[in-house]
Design a protein. Structure first.
Lengths: 265, 319
């Protein structure tokens, strides 16, 4: 974990309202593991004092990139950022996704730009499996080609049917899973290992399936944060223990948890 | 120094650095800057980002007699110029603190102030009994003002009789410096400052977060699960400055001033109002480099103004 007072390298529209912000990060960049996040002190945020967490989309020795959509006070204040502007980032934060288990079939599941958090995992994974990306319309399904180039079988789902299966991401995933399950044994659903990032209902839906059908699902949890480093205890969720539950910090103990660890509220 | 060498310094030699060390009872801080309890975890959380040995002291998150689960979520809410919190003092308890965090803190060359709290009078005594043999524990800040725990905390902080009794009880159990943390929502802070002095405290901390609330106008629900919380951050600084100024007139005890310190100038203002030391709180969340910047900035200010010691500015307000 490092703090870098650095500069914007690139900032542009990506697709629809989505934007990509790349920042120089010679110290943070090389440390990043898939599924980790940055805590960004947004300049010109006026009287709002807290940092904002962002999943890391891409990282290398020179810098880090995030993919975002202006949806609130923080992200809207980022729009005027230009190359050379000063930014302050802390990262990489959180535990990230674990390595793919032996003989597992990796499956990526994302809602909207949640797939930005899965890109480094997609790249790192020694086996390329299937990627289910859900969104409201075709415009909300991002980076399909980037995942395809890496070797992933991308299966989109949109609420309005403008791209891929019509419906939620589960509408694409469920039939595929059932077909796979028909094979049973070594070819069955037990060998699935899911890496999931998106809105809470989607995380829960995939977690429920993992528990019901006996496969592994790593869920990247999103909860309001203040410090981002495990000190303030704002972003806690209930984690199952042998004799009950405990608070786990999304920022430090997560953001990635296995579906069986989480007690949904 | 041998007499024959005691010639005047050459004209280009840098001016002597101002003395930054301050004393809180028997505890010496190498500089007057610590962190506010609850904003810095127990130390390890910020160790990658902050050189802990630079701090005047580390003040850890509140420790009760036993493990405590704290409040449901949402626990914090950002407001203009500040934030509300109602974390509810979750923590490992006194023995848990010793097992889990003392081994980490012990090797550092920095005093550790343990913030202690209790649901009732006896709890405060129990915490001190468990912790007092630990050399790593340098001093106790007594939390008599947490706005977010129903059972005690703030109740002790708003009534001078029970306030004094807790301090006397803790005084009877330790030789280490004890520092009651005062509630801001009292009509006469001076009375509490005086009561702390009369009850055997070594210093006082001012202030805890201010009882506050925010409501979502769509759901009509409070933004915090606890309904109310404590306001911290830049928004409360002028309140804290006045409380320090008021308290300094009522007691000779050293005051650790806190509330919205984001820049060196904020810390200096607290000291001019009467604080011997200061604590950086919510600013740790915004920018963990604040503590180092505040220490350096105080030193620069003293040099610029020609002071030989940080003590020179304490309580110098012309009012």
């Amino acid at each position: 974990m490092k703090q870098e007072k650095t500069t914007v390298v690139e900032h542009h529209n990506f697709q629809g309202d989505y934007r990509i912000l790349r920042m120089a990060a010679p110290e943070i960049g090389p440390l990043v593991k898939p599924g980790q996040f940055l805590h960004l002190l947004i300049p010109h945020l006026g009287d709002r004092i807290l940092r904002r967490p962002f999943s890391i989309y891409k990282a290398d020795t020179g810098g880090v990139s995030i993919l975002y959509k202006p949806v609130g006070r923080g992200t809207e204040s980022m729009i005027p950022l230009r190359p050379g502007d000063a930014v302050d980032i802390i990262g990489p934060l959180g535990n990230g996704f674990p390595a793919l288990g032996n003989n597992k079939l990796p499956v990526l599941v994302a809602g909207g730009y949640g797939n930005a958090a899965l890109y480094l995992k997609a790249k790192e994974s020694p086996v390329k499996g299937v990627a289910f990306f859900g969104g409201r319309t075709a415009e909300d399904i991002l980076c399909i080609e980037e995942f395809q180039v890496l070797g992933w079988d991308v299966r989109p789902a949109t609420d309005d049917g403008s791209l891929g299966t019509k419906g939620l991401v589960t509408a694409a995933f469920d039939p595929w899973m059932q077909e796979l399950g028909a094979g049973s044994g070594a070819q069955g659903v037990e060998k699935l290992e899911l890496f999931v990032c998106g809105p809470n209902p989607m995380l829960k839906a995939m977690g429920d399936r993992a528990i019901k059908h006996g496969f592994t699902a790593w869920l990247s949890m999103d909860k309001n944060m203040a410090c981002g480093v495990g000190a303030c205890l704002t972003c806690v969720i209930k984690r199952r223990t042998t004799n009950g539950w405990e608070w786990a910090r999304c920022c430090k103990d997560g953001p990635v948890f296995e579906s069986r660890e989480i007690i949904w509220e | 120094m041998e007499p024959e060498n005691s010639t005047p310094p050459p004209p280009n030699s840098p001016p002597k650095q101002p003395a930054m060390a301050v004393r809180i009872g028997s505890m010496t801080m190498r500089n007057p800057v610590t962190v506010a309890s609850g904003t810095f975890g127990y130390g390890p959380e910020y160790a990658d980002l902050v050189d802990l040995n630079r701090l005047g002291a580390i003040t850890v998150k509140g420790i009760g007699p036993e493990e405590h689960i704290g409040n449901p979520t949402p626990r914090t809410f950002e407001t203009r110029g500040g934030m509300l919190n109602a974390i509810g003092l979750p923590g490992p308890g006194a023995q848990g603190f010793i097992d889990k965090y003392v081994p980490f803190l012990a090797p550092y060359n920095v005093p550790v102030i343990v913030n202690i709290w209790g649901k009732n009078m006896d709890d405060y005594g129990k915490v001190v009994e468990i912790l007092d043999d630990e050399e790593t524990v340098s001093a106790y800040e007594i939390n008599l003002s947490c706005p977010n725990v129903k059972e005690g905390g703030s109740a002790f902080g708003t009534d001078t009789d029970s306030f004094s009794r807790v301090i006397e009880l803790v005084r009877g159990k330790t030789q280490k410096p004890i520092i009651p943390k005062l509630a801001p929502n009292v009509s006469d802070i001076g009375a509490f400052a005086k009561a702390a002095e009369d009850s055997g405290a070594d210093a006082i901390s001012i202030m805890n977060s201010y009882p506050a609330m925010a409501i979502n106008i769509d759901t009509l629900e409070p933004e915090l699960a606890n309904r109310t919380g404590g306001l911290s951050g830049p928004a409360i600084k002028p309140i804290a400055i006045k409380l320090v100024w008021d308290a300094a007139k009522a007691t000779k005890l050293p005051i650790i001033g806190m509330g919205g310190i984001y820049e060196p100038e904020d810390a200096i203002e607290f000291m001019i109002a009467g604080a011997t030391a200061v604590a950086v709180g919510t600013a740790n969340f915004t920018d963990p480099s604040t503590v180092a910047r505040v220490i350096d900035g105080i030193e620069d200010y003293l040099e610029q103004k020609g002071h030989s010691s940080v003590a020179d500015i304490v309580g110098t307000v012309k009012a």
